[in-house]
Design a protein. Structure first.
Length: 580
């Protein structure tokens, strides 16, 4: 039976009493997967150019600092890797001068220590190879249950590693341009979610500093477990100190699928926030990615054994946070826990409760507050119009104002050429600098959801949520579609969920975290921040002061999940939300 027919039947049977997540259409997964059914499309190595400087003053104080200037991938399809590295080195002088000026400018615009102010600035360059990568294509299904070939990228340790420690399923943030997909990326690793995730494939950290020993001596000092560091472009000696123990989270196999609608399927619609479908496709990408890594002949030179007691987590932020949670649920509900050694998910600022999120937007609109990221609603509705069983009979004009549609927003999304920032800027420009919810929804749509808000404004943040409609209709179908992708209802997790959420997030409001926390109880642990910008909260999630706990030590935390849950349960008995 067609998955849409199954889902429709299930949800109509539920009626107004309750609605679980969409089920029944995507769980016809293969019992085993074969590497021969997928294919490697490219293999490379990720590298980053780094600048080092040393500060000395008359009191013999020293300061050693390292700044990453550029990151990139050298692909085998582009020719011999050593020759590519040589071409890169030939450009070193120009790169060095550009970033020397940039860093000097940064020094004058920020607070510096007295030592640095009195010191002598010197800089040199090196090329540090972090980890291997490969892109691949794999079979899955679409919203109609038809075969589709999707794409993705995986990162794995370099030759210096002994073995792969664990598996990380990376789920990426909202994108609108195909050029932003993970498998297309060759730079900007330090500022991206997929870059932070891929870094978990790198070997143990190397602390780089200045020394009087020769380059050869420095390289020979590196232990087999460390990163490979070469070549030094300006002949400075480098001493390497390799940490141990606490860096055991490194040397992982990191798998990041492109969502449908990007990469190999860029000519298709992206089913934005269609949680179960995306989870099924991500799980397929994970299973085939592991099979390729273990068996494909093209990866023989970079392959390591995966340790017997490896663990798997799913991890993502924003849309990636909700997809990570959906992936968690799908793995549990489809008997894949043992195969993947799954231990839980790490979810940052995700839209787990779409109706509660929309109620927050309505609340803001009634308080005359504009939308922070107006592209979100057309992305959601377009994705549902294209693929959701409740919405495929409808059209955008039934929900949006003519002026809003005249901006070309639906064509912008369909083209996959504009980024979310491009689209937001275009929408704001067309609406005098700010976009209100009332500028987006037509009168019928606005009044329907305003009435729901008026009836539930004191309870939409509670576990009870918002009642479902008792009939089908244009607005009711959108309501059903949103509720069908509520990740906080209809299931009880069996493994730990680590939640991160900013209490001040204006794009994905904090109600999503409280809704998830209240529903999941002892299986969830919540960490909060007070950052009032969605993107900045994402940076904090991946790179902030607590990122070692939030991201890099997550697998160790999951191994101690029983103790975490016992502690969480005790706190819940006191009626509090646990923060970690």
């Amino acid at each position: 039976m067609n998955p849409k027919t199954i889902i429709m039947s299930v949800l109509l049977t539920l009626g107004a009493a309750s609605m679980t997540a969409q089920t029944g259409g995507f769980n016809n997964i293969p019992k085993t997967v074969k590497a021969s059914d997928a294919r490697i499309t490219n293999i490379g190595v990720m590298a980053s150019d780094m600048m080092l400087w040393k500060v000395e003053n008359e009191q013999s104080h020293k300061m050693d600092t390292m700044v990453t200037a550029e990151s990139y991938i050298l692909w085998k399809s582009d020719g011999d890797l050593e020759m590519q590295a040589e071409r890169h080195r030939a450009q070193a002088d120009a790169i060095k001068e550009r970033f020397r000026a940039q860093v000097m400018s940064q020094r004058t615009s920020r607070r510096v220590s007295p030592i640095e102010q009195k010191g002598t600035f010197r800089e040199d360059w090196l090329c540090e190879f972090h980890y291997n990568v490969f892109t691949y294509e794999y079979p899955s299904i679409d919203a109609n249950g038809k075969p589709v070939t999707l794409s993705g990228i995986a990162a794995c340790p370099t030759k210096s590693a002994d073995q792969v420690q664990d598996v990380v399923i990376g789920t990426h943030v909202t994108i609108a341009s195909d050029s932003e997909r993970p498998s297309a990326q060759t730079k900007n690793f330090d500022t991206s979610d997929w870059g932070a995730l891929m870094s978990m494939a790198a070997g143990k950290k190397v602390k780089l500093g200045w020394a009087s020993n020769s380059v050869a001596g420095a390289i020979s000092a590196l232990t087999p477990a460390s990163l490979i560091v070469f070549p030094v472009w300006v002949g400075v000696g480098i001493a390497a100190e390799v940490k141990s123990g606490e860096d055991a989270y490194n040397n992982n196999l990191v798998i990041i699928p492109d969502y449908e609608g990007y990469g190999s399927t860029k000519d298709r619609a992206h089913p934005y926030l269609y949680q179960e479908l995306t989870a099924r496709q991500v799980v397929d990408g994970t299973r085939y990615g592991i099979a390729l890594y273990k068996n494909d002949a093209g990866l023989e030179d970079i392959r390591h054994s995966i340790r017997d007691d490896f663990r798997t987590i799913s991890c993502g932020y924003s849309q990636g946070g909700s997809v990570a949670l959906a992936t968690h649920r799908f793995i549990e509900q489809n008997g894949l826990v043992n195969e993947l050694h799954f231990v839980g998910s790490l979810c940052g600022d995700g839209p787990y409760d779409p109706m509660a999120t929309l109620m927050y937007y309505m609340e803001n609109d009634l308080a005359d507050k504009s939308m922070n990221m107006p592209v979100v609603l057309p992305l959601i509705v377009k994705g549902m119009l294209d693929t959701n069983p409740f919405m495929t009979r409808h059209k955008a004009s039934e929900y949006f104002r003519p002026k809003f549609l005249e901006t070309g927003v639906m064509d912008w999304i369909a083209s996959k050429k504009k980024t979310t920032t491009d689209i937001d800027d275009g929408l704001k420009a067309a609406h005098g600098g700010k976009v209100m919810l009332r500028d987006v929804m037509n009168d019928a749509c606005y009044e329907y959801f305003k009435n729901i808000y008026d009836q539930n404004k004191s309870t939409f943040t509670d576990a009870a949520g918002i009642p479902l409609p008792t009939k089908r209709g244009v607005m009711e179908d959108l309501h059903f579609a949103l509720a069908s992708n509520d990740m906080t209802k209809g299931w009880t997790p069996q493994h730990t969920i680590l939640l991160y959420h900013s209490k001040l997030d204006p794009v994905v409001p904090f109600v999503n975290a409280t809704s998830a926390k209240n529903s999941f109880g002892a299986w969830s642990v919540l960490h909060t921040s007070n950052i009032d910008n969605h993107n900045n909260a994402g940076t904090d999630f991946f790179q902030g002061e607590l990122s070692d706990v939030i991201l890099k030590f997550s697998i160790q935390l999951f191994r101690a999940k029983k103790q975490l849950c016992d502690l969480d349960w005790k706190n819940q008995q006191k009626g509090s939300i646990t923060e970690w």
